[in-house]
Design a protein around this ligand. Structure first.
Ligand code: ZN
Length: 318
């Protein structure tokens, strides 16, 4: 990776890129440029197979990656590729624009755009804090002399942080998101699949090229975060209160309940949203499912998944 990030302060940054710029203005200005406009040099970064994450003193930059060669332990080549890996970055940028109009605290969007090779990026302000899930591995947050315990984790701080985050979701996040409604799924004509589905690995979804907006007569779709878990809530380690809800890659307007919120920020409950999906698929994705089912050649493979409760029987949906 030798992409040259702008390492020097950008003269246009302070004057031009304000958080008040609309998504359309940002898109017009930056969709064809050669990289993010940042005020400071990159200090640190890390990468997953899907995404590169970079940090300056004041900003966070997220860039989608091109397919990665990730060979098996025996050396057999394997090209890692996730569908809609680039589109989801733009989806998040647009979601941040929308949600910034609510009372839900989110990182300020500063820039977003696309490279000529297809990678996309977004830049937000850098938020200093501790992810909620990290409290599982942190000692007590109280000052010396007032500590609840010397052990790690501090169960008192851990429980309080989770309780505060849960109240934040129920009293701020859901009521505010419920105010954002639409007649179409997704955002601006693009629909991200639900996070609880793995269409690159699970029949009959593999090969699906796009998801429909499925317009309604009334604005009954409600805005959803799509990946609501303890890994995406940044907390103040001293007050144990949420600072921002971030990572809106899977966000969009969807039928109420499609988020599959388990009512808890427990990791196990979060993971279980992706098990035994037949009912969820029947309820939220019947049109998409029937289309993929009919196209799928190996019906015996699908029958097995129907019997195990992973997929609904198509006849119940026709
Ligand atoms: Zn404590």
């Amino acid at each position: 990776m030798s992409r040259a990030l702008s390492g020097s302060p950008s003269a246009t940054f302070a004057g031009k890129k304000t958080a008040r710029a609309t998504a359309a203005e940002l898109a017009e200005d930056h969709f064809c440029n050669m990289g993010p406009q940042t005020a400071n040099p990159v200090l640190t970064f890390y990468e997953s197979n899907n995404t590169r994450y970079e940090f300056t003193a004041t900003e966070f930059i997220k860039t989608s990656r091109l397919p990665v060669n990730d060979p098996f332990p025996d050396g057999t080549p394997f090209i890692w590729f996730r569908s809609w890996n680039h589109e989801r970055i733009t989806n998040e940028a647009k979601a941040l624009e929308l949600v910034s109009q609510t009372k839900i605290p989110v990182p300020k969007l500063l820039d977003y755009g696309e490279y000529s090779d297809g990678r996309r990026y977004l830049v937000t302000e850098f938020i200093s804090g501790v992810r909620l899930k990290e409290f599982l591995h942190r000692g007590c947050s109280m000052a010396t002399g007032q500590k609840h315990t010397d052990s790690t984790p501090c169960e008192t701080c851990l429980n309080q942080a989770y309780l505060n985050a849960l109240q934040f979701i129920e009293k701020t996040v859901f009521p505010e998101l419920a105010k954002l409604t639409s007649q179409e799924r997704g955002i601006d004509g693009f629909v991200m699949h639900p996070q609880w589905l793995s269409p690159d690995t699970e029949p009959p979804w593999k090969g699906k090229e796009s998801w429909k907006t499925l317009p309604l007569e009334k604005s009954s779709y409600v805005f959803q975060h799509g990946d609501l878990g303890a890994h995406n809530i940044m907390m103040n380690p001293e007050t144990l209160q949420p600072i921002v809800l971030f990572d809106w890659e899977y966000a969009g307007y969807f039928p109420p309940g499609m988020e599959r919120w388990p009512g808890s920020l427990d990791w196990k409950a979060y993971r279980e949203r992706g098990d035994k999906l037949a009912d969820a698929i029947a309820k939220f994705l019947p049109e998409e499912y029937i289309e993929c089912y009919d196209k799928w050649d190996d019906k015996a493979e699908l029958d097995k998944l129907i019997k195990s409760g992973e997929l609904p029987h198509p006849n119940q949906l026709r």
